[in-house]
Design a protein around this ligand. Structure first.
Ligand code: GDP
Ligand code: MG
Length: 184
């Protein structure tokens, strides 16, 4: 297996967003290669998996992906997890306006806690906005253009994904790897 559980000091990717938007499913799809409907256990606190990936030009790299709990209480300690991150993925559920607004609160929290990500373009920290559950996309979903505009303003990448249908997941993580390698 290319998934291991041990301490690793580089290439950290932190996954943030409200509860139930699909963060654990995203990480599981990418790192373990499967999707399980209605996984019951909520993630408590945070845990990570490491995975070897290749950037678009074939450069091998290793990422440590932190899955986090979306509870309000986690906002207060979240900065411990993302202060030294190479990249952060801000997640929302494409069917939920509330989760998009929640994602903006995560974004504000990061930008106020890390000068590196302040003032528009991230300085050293790569940001991504991921719309999750794209297989459920309907006419009244959060408009993709709105997420794209927000991403553009942040110098972030924006990728719609579905852990269930396995759409956009590799693209998201490879896009991040490309940007992290460009920055280093
Ligand atoms: P988390 O709380 O953000 O970690 O969210 P989970 O990964 O636990 O997912 C919350 C719920 O959304 C679960 O019932 C998942 O099965 C479901 N879910 C997650 N990803 C997808 C997806 O890509 N498509 C669909 N249709 N459901 C999803
Ligand atoms: Mg979870």
């Amino acid at each position: 297996s290319n998934t291991r559980y041990h301490s690793y000091s580089g290439g950290q990717v932190v996954v943030l967003g409200d509860s139930h938007v699909g963060k654990t499913s995203l990480v599981t799809r990418f790192a373990e290669g499967y999707y399980r409907e209605n996984s019951r256990e909520p993630t408590v606190g945070a845990f990570f998996v490491t995975k070897r990936i290749q950037s678009s030009d074939g450069t091998p790299t290793k990422v440590q992906i932190w899955d986090t709990a979306g509870q309000e209480s986690f906002h207060q300690i979240a900065s411990m997890f993302y202060k030294n991150a190479a990249a952060i993925i801000f997640c929302y559920d494409v069917t939920s306006r509330e989760s998009f607004d929640g994602m903006r609160r995560w974004l504000d929290g990061v930008r106020s806690a890390t000068p590196r990500s302040g003032g528009g373009k991230s300085d050293g920290m790569v940001l991504a906005i991921a719309g999750l559950k794209s297989d459920l996309l309907t006419y009244d979903s959060v408009p993709e253009a709105e997420a794209s505009a927000l991403a553009d303003a942040l110098g972030a990448i924006h990728v719609p994904t579905s852990a269930k249908a396995d759409v956009g997941v590799d693209e998201l993580f490879r896009g991040l790897a490309d940007m992290v390698l460009m920055n280093s």
